[in-house]
Ligand binder design. Structure first.
Ligand SMILES: Nc1nc2c(ncn2[C@@H]2O[C@H](COP(=O)(O)OP(=O)(O)OP(=O)(O)O)[C@@H](O)[C@H]2O)c(=O)[nH]1
Ligand SMILES: [Mg+2]
Length: 425
């Protein structure tokens, strides 16, 4: 059998490198083995870390799904906006022009609530021979004139609604909502026509985004609006700013609102405390204004957010799908199809609503409705393996209500009882 001849260049390079040095003593050998053992331990721990990160990465490729639940005005869409602001601020800010229109609509709606209160007070004016309610604030000629001067706001609202939901010849909001929700006009709940709402299938943000252009990176709010456009609702709002301020600060108006227990300051989409800012000619909403803007949700919408976390192999990204739904009673049936596919549910309960009733069902206390809804959700078998997180929301409003009630309790104990009883069963 021929003997294998080792030629130069045939050596295993690893064998050569790892071979013990020639003439190694026993003591040197022990030290070498110890160092090799330590090196192997370090290498193994790096391997483990890498495989852990790879596993995480694999998990990350499966999006984490979160469903936001809770009654209407519990703060679901606001929580979503907060997530977007934290994890996708660029996309959040590109939508600024769209939210400008919503803030303007919110302002107009608040003014309309006041004008309606004045109209009701005017219609209640006693005829000859009737007794005047002694402490009822009287709408004088100046206030009536102020109301007249603010009438162009109806047109502003129409223009904004038309831009937001450019459909149909029927101008009533309720009819628009009916078309958007597939709920027959006659079956639309009471008060629904008082709120701005856009169906999630309606690409309303794109209407305003078109003005911005497609380059999200270089979003410039100055260029996003045609400031010279005389039909821009901001022009009329600016012209009527002083009258709106005078209306809001009018003592008769404040008296009328108080008598009807209408606390606009605590209502969604309240901007009458910063009229100077929102009616300025070049108004663009701040992050805080976007969070405060109120737009009722119809339908279910999916929002994608990607977060990234630093690791040894570079950053690990994770996709999140957040589902926002409408919380109005007539829209809750649309939630169930999403139940079996969610990792987590965030349930929002506005604890400040203890003294309010549902807009769609005035006999039902809002907090009682939230508790019932929570009980139904946590006892649903489809959700037995889903993480359910309870967010007690609107704590700031709760605090100011408690302070007000405390003062009321100290000064007029019987008035406090009346105030709580008026919130229904
Ligand atoms: N003061 C205060 N206002 C809040 C808070 N959370 C939400 N809001 C306001 O409450 C209003 C209603 O919130 P949304 O997020 O639109 O409520 P929603 O649950 O999405 O309501 P639907 O779409 O009708 O189901 C908005 O004007 C928010 O700015 C909060 O913690 N404090
Ligand atoms: Mg919503």
């Amino acid at each position: 059998m021929p003997t294998k001849v080792r030629r130069r260049g045939d050596e295993d390079p690893f064998e050569t490198v790892l071979a013990p040095p020639e003439g190694e003593t026993e003591e040197q050998r022990q030290v070498r083995l110890l160092l090799e053992k330590e090196a192997k331990e370090i290498s193994d721990s790096i391997d483990e870390q890498l495989s852990r990160e790879k596993a995480l990465d694999r998990k990350g490729s499966r999006p984490v799904k979160i469903l936001l639940l809770g009654q209407s005005e519990s703060g679901k869409s606001t929580t979503l906006k907060n997530f977007q602001l934290m994890y996708d601020p660029k996309a959040f800010r590109v939508e600024r022009t769209s939210w400008r229109a919503i803030v303007q609509l919110n302002v107009v709606r608040s003014i309309h609530v006041i004008l309606d209160v004045i109209t009701r007070a005017q219609n209640r004016r006693p005829t000859t021979g009737e007794n005047v309610v002694p402490d009822s604030p009287v709408v004088d000629d100046d206030l009536a004139a102020l109301k007249m001067r603010l009438s162009p706001l109806i047109r502003v609202e129409e223009v904004l609604m038309q831009r937001l939901i450019p459909i149909g010849p029927d101008k009533s909001d309720a009819a628009r909502l009916a078309q958007l929700t597939n709920i027959p006009y006659s079956e639309l709940p009471r008060n629904v026509n008082r709120e701005v709402a856009v169906h999630s299938a309606n690409p309303w943000k794109d209407v305003f985004k078109r003005l911005v252009g497609s380059d999200n990176e270089s979003f410039d709010s100055e260029k996003a609006i045609d400031w010279e456009d005389p039909t821009d609702p901001g022009v009329v709002l600016h012209a009527l700013a002083e009258d709106m301020k005078a209306l809001w600060n009018n003592r008769t108006v404040q008296g009328l609102l108080e008598r009807q227990n209408l606390r606009l300051q605590e209502a969604a989409g309240f901007f009458l405390d910063c009229l100077d800012e929102v009616t300025s000619l070049k108004y663009m909403p701040s992050d805080d204004h976007i969070l405060r803007a109120r737009l009722k949700t119809l339908g279910v919408s999916e929002h994608r957010i990607t977060t990234s976390q630093g690791g040894m192999t570079g950053s690990i990204s994770r996709d999140w799908r957040i589902y926002d739904v409408g919380g109005h009673r007539s829209l809750r049936a649309a939630w169930a199809p999403y139940f079996d596919d969610m990792h987590s549910i965030i349930f929002l309960c506005p604890i400040s609503a203890f003294d309010q009733v549902l807009a769609e069902e005035p006999r039902v206390n809002r907090l009682a409705d939230s508790v019932n809804l929570w009980t139904t959700i946590v006892s649903n078998k489809l959700l037995s393996n889903t993480n359910i997180i309870l967010f007690l929301n609107k704590i700031d409003i709760m605090k100011s209500k408690l302070v007000r009630l405390l003062i009321l309790a100290l000064l007029f104990p019987s008035a406090l009882e009346r105030s709580i009883l008026s919130a229904g069963p």
